[in-house]
Design a protein around this ligand. Structure first.
Ligand code: TYD
Length: 139
């Protein structure tokens, strides 16, 4: 059973250079799963919130390629906020956690590396259903 303690910010490699920095993420190195899908969120109007759901199976890594935003993780008992404000931070999120993204800065760009292809059935979008799901996983 993974709770918020299973969520971590990985410091991705950063190669500093006077010409500009370079960072790297490789599957099964900094990221413990096979990457099946990449998507990104951008042009988020001020004050908007993304996410607000959990995944049954999908694991992911979220990187703020540009700008900054917060990712709020909730395991049904504990809520923790992770601020992504460096391009070399990779937030690793196991499955079965409620997550929300908020406080997007202007021109922020969120890249999500996902362990699964898109499957709407993997989503839990109702918070009460999520709590019931969490309790049933604890038993
Ligand atoms: P959703 O995952 O709910 O967005 P967020 O969690 O960032 O707020 O996805 C928004 C819409 O986009 C929803 O109708 C599903 C669709 N979608 C796809 O078709 N494929 C995808 O890979 C993703 C991530 C979303």
């Amino acid at each position: 059973m993974t709770g918020v303690e299973g969520v971590e910010i990985i410091n991705l490699p950063k190669i500093p250079d006077l010409r500009g920095n370079l960072s790297i993420v490789e599957e099964e190195k900094q990221i413990p799963f096979k990457i099946e899908r990449v998507y990104w969120i951008y042009d988020v109007p001020g004050g908007q919130v993304r996410g607000g759901h959990a995944f049954r199976e999908q694991q992911e890594m979220i990187i703020a390629l540009s700008g900054s935003f917060d990712v709020v993780i909730d395991d049904g008992t504990t809520i923790k906020t992770f601020s992504l404000n460096r391009s070399y931070y990779g937030l690793l999120i196991p499955a079965k956690l409620w997550r929300q993204m908020q406080n997007f800065s202007t021109n922020s760009l969120a890249m999500v590396l996902s362990s699964t292809h898109f499957n709407e059935k993997d989503y839990i979008r109702d918070y009460d259903e999520f709590l019931i799901y969490q309790r049933s996983n604890e038993e």
